[in-house]
Design a protein around this ligand. Structure first.
Ligand SMILES: Nc1ncnc2c1ncn2[C@@H]1O[C@H](COP(=O)(O)OP(=O)(O)OP(=O)(O)O)[C@@H](O)[C@H]1O
Ligand SMILES: [Mg+2]
Length: 321
């Protein structure tokens, strides 16, 4: 539904977006994740035709935004970082105005506005001035103006920035509810936002895509090996040594967890599953197996790893979904 190919944007010496390519499938919510200055807003502005690219192409529903801006603009709604709200207008008046701008035919205007207000839970404040609303409600107005013409695609630049925790929950719920009906790309520099709202993620850092895939895929790809956590009630003096001697084990770290129990963090070659062997060994040796589980990297760790790798220049990791 959205296709970005080799997009590059330079501001003088700064390459804000550097050969970026990704796709968003119909009905999907894609998280566009990256730290400040990564190039998220620049990419989104190119997608919406607000900014021209130096290289590369962007299409929405197969329509090139650079070649056919008018047709492409009918296909999406956009909420920029700072939504351009008319503070002296009423909520209904503003959404109506946005609908007219987007070419909603006059006879369809009323139902379109009513639907947008309902979807964004704005009915109760429809008569109020936009400038008198809380930030969370103003963000809802931003969404309502973006979806009033029922575009298949929504482009949301940091939709929860500056909101309080309750407002954030409300906006995330609203966005999740729009998936399926709309294809959504939302940018954020907040990791939990991605895990809570999105199905897939593209991670951008310093203008370059450093990883993309589902959250599980990213975690799996980044695990150089597997790590098992084993808790034993009665470890013996030679337990660590015996665990290390098991085939495919790379490293064993030991920590006491109180009253004689101990936890062993066992690093294993990627793709090897030695849980059964470990369980047998613990039972045979009567170590009192309390816990045996696989540990996986959280996206937070993935993100940290990706961005620091970029900085140390040890190469870039590409995870393609
Ligand atoms: N008009 C401009 N002129 C010069 N440089 C710019 C301009 N707009 C953006 N940049 C630079 O391009 C880079 C990417 O900026 P961009 O706003 O796309 O990042 P972002 O990922 O949206 O960051 P944030 O999370 O802070 O919103 C930054 O280094 C920024 O300083
Ligand atoms: Mg930005």
């Amino acid at each position: 539904m959205i296709e970005v190919n080799d997009l590059t944007k330079r501001y003088g010496a700064i390459t804000a977006v550097d050969h970026v390519s990704f796709k968003v499938e119909p009905g999907e919510i894609l998280g566009f994740l990256g730290p400040n200055g990564a190039g998220k807003s620049t990419t989104m502005r190119i997608l919406t035709g607000a900014l021209g690219a130096n290289e590369g192409t962007a299409t929405i529903d197969g329509i090139s935004i650079a070649d056919h801006p008018k047709a492409a603009k009918r296909k999406f709604g956009y909420v920029p970082e700072v939504p351009p709200l008319y503070l002296e207008m009423t909520v209904r008046g503003y959404v109506e105005y946005a609908a007219q701008l987007r070419g909603v035919p006059r006879r369809k205007l009323k139902p379109a506005v009513a639907r947008a207000l309902e979807v964004c839970s704005l009915d109760e404040v429809a008569h109020r001035l936009v400038g008198h609303l809380s930030k969370g409600y103003q963000q809802r107005v931003g969404l309502a103006q973006a979806l009033v013409h029922e575009p298949p695609v929504l482009i949301l630049d940091e939709p929860t920035i500056g909101l309080d925790p309750n407002q954030i929950i409300g906006i995330r719920q609203l966005i999740r509810g729009l998936a399926g009906k709309h294809t959504i790309i939302l940018s954020t520099h907040i990791l939990p936002e991605v895990t809570m709202t999105c199905q897939r993620v593209v991670i951008i850092n310093k203008g370059k895509i450093v990883a993309q895939g589902s959250i599980d895929e990213l975690s799996a790809q980044l695990q150089k090996g597997e790590r098992l956590s084993i808790v034993l009630r009665r470890p013996a003096p030679d337990t660590g040594e015996r665990l290390r001697a098991v085939r495919d084990v790379l490293h064993v770290a030991e920590e006491t967890v109180g009253s004689g129990s101990a936890r062993y963090l066992v690093d294993v070659d990627a793709g090897k599953d030695i849980r059964e062997e470990m369980a047998k060994l613990a039972v045979t040796r009567d170590w009192g197996l309390l816990e045996l589980r696989r540990e996986s990297l959280s996206l937070e760790e993935v993100f940290r790893e990706l961005t620091t790798r970029e900085e140390t220049g040890t190469g870039r990791v590409e995870v393609v979904a």
